[in-house]
Write a new protein. Structure first.
Length: 79
């Protein structure tokens, strides 16, 4: 059973959307299945947009805490 869109990570949603698009582009899907996949795709897109908006709001809030802060490249080896 597929997870609900709200329980998927952003990356999982993108992977599933890519699969759905590929299946629909091939045209080997029955009309009923195509409609179900399309509906799931819409739910995945809406959920992903919501996650992106939340991330954007978090970044905005963090940047407002220090208006003079500038973005710097992340150095994972420095930890």
């Amino acid at each position: 059973m597929a997870k609900k869109p709200e329980n998927l990570t952003f990356e999982e949603s993108l992977t599933e959307l890519e699969r759905i698009v590929s299946d629909l582009e091939q045209g080997d899907v029955s009309l009923d299945d195509a409609l179900k996949q399309f509906e799931r795709g819409i739910k995945l897109v809406r959920n992903s947009q919501g996650k992106l908006e939340q991330a954007q709001q978090k970044v905005s809030i963090l940047m407002q805490e220090d208006e003079n802060a500038s973005l710097t490249p992340f150095d994972s080896e420095g930890e």
